[in-house]
Write a protein that binds this ligand. Structure first.
Ligand code: G6P
Length: 478
């Protein structure tokens, strides 16, 4: 097998496998502009994408064809995908225990701290899983990389990989990109000291680190200064550590307009659009689309809608809230509880305001991408109110597809607020009265202003499409 010039490593890979009726393996590309943007670059050069096998079919694919070259029929060109079959308990400890139940909560500052977290000996065991999982990725990269290859490691699942790679393959040029926010040192240091150090030092094994917003990059630099006592230059965004200088860059990922328009031209989108229109009549639409994710702040978003209907009864019967939530991370108990409270709040709102002619809120917790795209086209208002978010691409994709000059009500705590803050209505995500007033202002905004804002949002949203975002990272490695 040829060695690759470019390697990408991420927990979730660009494809997922399934078993067809005849027992053969089929594969499907993951959705979204990020994957398609990265694939479009990766297929132009000999490349290898290392990811975890996430299903039985993935594991079968891993066993039958490790590092298989996927043929052109699947639009993957010369890119190979290496699915790692990581033992189930190791994977559960690393992915569910450490990455999603701990690091995600820390970076989004999402802990209810009087109760959680508590880092006992059980957590030490999970940390061993996380270390083993990172070692498995590093091993695959070491084996698959050509001399001086460039490696783009993605996200909090793989924070230890850069350092392991540097020790074993000093010829490699290594980037690590964080798609999450980064917590300030006062919060980050709640992790056990050794773990906090290993995470920071693990990432500093890279030549270059990338973040989505200057806010997250600067928080990372402050963690290095305070926790590692590393020599940090906040202005140039560099860290001196272990005799090397590591650069920290900000790359504000944008929406992929071509990919979005192509997906939106699927007849299924028009069909979902007419079904929705039939259901909501000629009411105005407030739309939200998220994973069912605690950081997305869905419950407070629903509460803000309730505040709107209470404070501005003139909207009753004239507006519908479409809330589409994709199921996510059902292995984490907090996510299951959160989904329950989303459903409960939605039920209360419909009980309080429904009339025989009008259903104020349509909430669906299932995965339907064509329906999400149709709702972006139809929205009068798009609500994106996370308590914290690395970027939030919904805030960028909505304005691109909007056909009704939708107004964006956006949390100031999303990375996207850096670029969209001037033309969105920014809100404090904890303040449901302020959010309700922003919804009212958005619904009442005169057409010329809506159009002007929407056009500028759409332009800012595509400033750095995924393909260029990825090329910039590779180029910065030399
Ligand atoms: C966030 C992370 C990604 C992750 C995605 C979905 O956006 O930054 O790395 O792929 O959530 O999460 P999941 O746990 O379903 O892979």
């Amino acid at each position: 097998m040829d060695k690759a010039q470019i390697l990408i490593a991420s927990n979730r890979g660009p494809v997922s496998f399934s078993t067809a009726d005849d027992g053969s393996l089929a594969h499907r590309r993951g959705g979204g502009g990020l994957v398609s943007g990265m694939i479009s670059v990766a297929t132009e050069i000999d490349s290898l994408w290392v990811c975890a096998a996430l299903s039985d079919a993935d594991r079968r694919a891993a066993a039958e064809a490790p590092g298989a070259r996927l043929d052109r029929a699947h639009d993957l060109g010369g890119m190979r995908v290496h699915m790692l079959d990581i033992p189930e308990t190791t994977f559960a400890g690393a992915y569910t225990g450490v990455a999603n139940s701990t690091l995600w909560f820390v970076q989004h500052m999402m802990y209810d701290t009087p109760n959680k977290p508590s880092f006992g000996s059980e957590f030490r065991g999970l940390w061993e899983d996380y270390t083993a999982y990172n070692n498995a990725f590093a091993e695959a990269i070491v084996g698959g990389a050509a001399d001086n290859a460039r490696v783009a490691v993605q996200d909090y699942h793989l924070a230890l990989v850069p350092r392991i790679l540097r020790a074993r393959r000093p010829d490699l040029r290594i980037a690590h990109f964080s798609h999450t926010p980064w917590a300030p040192p006062e919060y980050f240091r709640m992790l056990p000291a050794q773990v906090a150090r290993e995470l920071l030092e693990g990432m500093l094994g890279a030549d270059r680190l990338g973040f989505l917003s200057p806010r997250w990059a600067d928080a990372f630099l402050r963690c290095c200064a305070e926790i590692l006592r590393a020599d940090v230059d906040l202005e140039r965004r560099t860290v001196e550590h272990g005799g090397r200088i590591v650069e920290v860059g900000v790359h504000a990922l944008g929406a992929d307009e071509d990919d979005l328009r192509e997906s939106a031209s699927d007849p299924a989108v028009a069909e979902r659009g007419s079904t929705l229109r039939e259901a909501v009549g000629d009411t105005k639409l407030i739309v939200r689309v998220d994973r069912t994710e605690l950081s997305k702040n869905i419950v407070r978003g629903l509460e803000a809608y309730r505040e709107l209907l209470r404070a501005h009864p003139e909207w009753r019967g004239r507006v519908t809230h479409l809330a589409f939530a994709y199921p996510s991370r059902g292995d984490v108990p907090e996510y299951r509880e959160y989904t329950e409270s989303v459903l409960r709040t939605a039920k209360e709102i419909n009980e309080e305001f429904s009339t025989p002619e009008w259903t104020p809120l349509v909430l669906e917790v299932n995965d339907d991408y064509p329906r999400s795209l149709a709702s972006f086209q139809m929205a009068d208002v798009l609500l994106v109110n996370p308590i914290r978010d690395g970027m939030n691409l919904v805030a960028k994709e909505g304005p691109v597809l909007s056909e009704h000059d939708s107004v964006l009500v956006l949390s100031r705590e999303a990375g996207a607020a850096d670029e969209l803050g001037e033309d969105a209505l920014l809100v404090n995500p904890y303040d449901t009265v302020e959010t309700a007033e922003a919804l009212h202002q958005a619904l009442s905004m005169p057409e010329p202003e809506r159009r002007k804002r929407r056009e500028r949002l759409a332009e800012a949203a595509v400033a750095l499409p995924p393909r260029r975002w990825f090329q910039d990272q590779l180029r910065s490695l030399g």
